[in-house]
Write a protein that binds this ligand. Sequence first.
Ligand code: TXA
Ligand code: MG
Length: 346
Amino acid sequence: MSPVIPADDAGIARAVAALEHGEVVAFPTETVYGLGAAAHDPRAVRRIFALKGRPSDHPLIVHLPAGADLARWANPVPDVARTVADAFWPGPLTLILQRTDAVPDAVTGGQETVALRVPDHPVAATLLSAFGDGIAAPSANRFGHVSPTRADHVVREFDDPDLLILEGGASRIGLESTILDVTGPMPTILRPGAVTRTMLEAHLGRPVADAGPRADTPRTSGRHDSHYAPHAPTRLVPGSELRTADCVASGSALLLREAEPPVGETVTTFRLPRDAAAYAHGLYAALRSLDAHHPTEIVIERPPDDADWIAILDRLTRASHPTGPARAPRRSEPPNVTSEEVKEEP
Ligand code: TXA
Ligand code: MG
């Protein structure tokens, strides 16, 4: 089992030493947990790809300590980048910029751009400032699988005794950061997240484009149709249709929001809160706990189409994509779910 260590002074020092030795360390952020290595060290970065089973041409986000010199990593740094960085960093926003020669090809997958973010989780911030340099990190899940929002999710993903995991509680936001490409004439959202288009437009005083779910951005691995997927086939169903039992096969697991549970032989039901932020916070843990019952199918009540739900719908649509080429193989693990977990969330 991978060791989960408290993020006290000794834990941070141990994690920094591991990073300095070219090892991989998992750490909490406010969005999801990350699998980090020293961004300047191509060998260390390649270890992340090996652990994750991720294709090596898929670029990683470089996480920076607050106040880091962006010019070391990106050139040029346009005014839009500075404006949104001032407004939203530390926080759940990743910027795509032209890279400098200081960024190894291993981090960018050979592309001319780099993804940068300053996270605001206290453990991530302490780790980054103690390390004093960029940490390249994807979400700490195996390629194509649901992102981890708790340390024990990371333990179950990798089960590697050499992987140090810093404890940081449940990630506050629960969905990956917004990715904003600022390399072109118009800032463009490549992945929706907690920093919304409306928030960005309000700060910039100019329009922001949304690449949309069908955007042709193959190098952005989160845009694979089947990303963020549980092992079980997953289906999004309008709440109104859930009233009839015939749309839920026996052996299914249900993820509800407002709908009454339909009659039928479901293996388990999880109810998430009505509020979008609270729903996002609990979503990945809910998918993981439903999946651990090895259901024939996960049926998810489709949430509303309002602006607040854009990032959630983006992930649910990908989680429920039928063809799943990136669906991660299930590790042999017993269902690790207590009856507590499947009760209604407060
Ligand atoms: O919230 C987050 O962003 C989390 C935490 C750990 O920071 N990280 C995360 O990393 O979600 P990852 O690798 O799972 O997703 C990052 C996305 C990928 O889809 C990747 O392809 C994209 O960012 N990306 C990275 N560099 C890029 C670039 N230069 N151009 C376009 N997309 C890029
Ligand atoms: Mg990911």
